[in-house]
Write a protein that binds this ligand. Structure first.
Ligand SMILES: [Fe+2]
Length: 297
């Protein structure tokens, strides 16, 4: 199957009102008109929403929606899932309406996150107006950004995302941690789909109770990153990592803690790769400069 991009994500949260403040005043996202009392939908562009926050009993990353080109592509995905013995459900009309898509299917990844594959996203051509004046986000055919998922069983998850969902290798990073005599390493696969974004999915060999390590959203220039850093400080939001430039995707970014305890990487300058001319790499360092991770408060 061929996935075009990550189109939306869904999160269960007890903290809808905090998310409303954080999403609009810190991230600069726009509240979608289709939001309800129990579901806050945030827009980044002309798509009906990019982040869907659902009132619940815990903080949990619940679903990731991936866009396929058309019905033929979705039918091919169904055949591939059947061949791989992955059970999927057909999304009913109500679910399709709530995601604002023509047709979708749903199934779980090895970590229990719901994967939604769809075609035919609805566009309402409403103008994106950021409540704090963010000029735009880097989205379009590259989707909303990237997500890094906790994958305690790295091999199983890597095989699922590459062999079944059709993601391809961009980079493999190995982190050495701990003392010299008790050294252990953790792996991180960076995977891309059918668009130039350096990676749409990261799989990190570590547990995380909320199901998501971070979501990256991208702005078109450095000043927008700086403005966001100022808004984070004004709002009293915790920094997870100082500003820095990543090695592999060259992104200049900082990380802050969202109300649901996963991080938001806010960055610019991510490498848009011509895959015809690219060969996958292996890295041992995450950043060229900066990105000092802060101890949790
Ligand atoms: Fe990232």
């Amino acid at each position: 199957m061929q996935i075009q991009n990550l189109a939306y994500i869904g999160v269960e949260t007890k903290k809808l009102s905090e998310w409303k403040e954080f999403g609009t005043k810190v991230l600069g996202l726009m509240i979608a008109e289709s939001s309800t009392e129990d579901c806050l939908k945030l827009r980044m562009d002309d798509r009906p929403f990019r982040i869907s926050l659902h009132r619940g009993k815990k903080e949990q990353f619940t679903f990731a929606g991936f866009e396929l080109r058309d019905q033929t592509a979705l039918n091919k995905a169904k055949e591939d899932l059947k061949k791989a013995n992955i059970k999927f459900k057909y999304g009913d009309k109500k679910l399709a309406q709530s995601r604002e898509v023509q047709e979708l299917i749903t199934f779980e990844d090895p970590m229990g996150t719901i994967i939604e594959l769809f075609h035919g996203r609805t566009l309402d051509y409403q103008r994106f107006i950021s409540p704090v004046g963010v000029s735009s986000f880097v989205t379009g055919e590259m989707g909303l950004g990237h997500i890094v998922l906790p994958a305690a069983d790295l091999k199983k998850n890597y095989e699922f995302y590459t062999k079944i969902l059709g993601f391809q290798d961009t980079d493999y990073m190995s982190f050495n941690m701990g003392d010299a005599d008790k050294d252990f390493s953790a792996g991180l696969h960076f995977l891309h789909c059918n668009n130039p974004r350096h990676h749409t999915i990261g799989l990190f060999e570590s547990p995380h109770p909320n199901g998501l390590l971070h979501l990256m959203i991208e702005v078109p220039n450095l000043d927008e990153v700086g403005y966001a850093l100022d808004r984070m400080n004004t709002a009293g939001i915790s920094l997870q990592s100082t500003i820095g430039r990543h090695t592999n995707d060259q992104m200049v970014s900082f990380y802050m803690i969202s109300p649901s305890n996963f991080a938001i990487e806010f960055g610019y300058g991510g490498w848009q790769v011509d895959w015809e001319k690219f060969t996958p790499t292996i890295s041992y360092a995450p950043s060229i400069w900066g990105h000092e991770f802060q101890a949790p408060e």
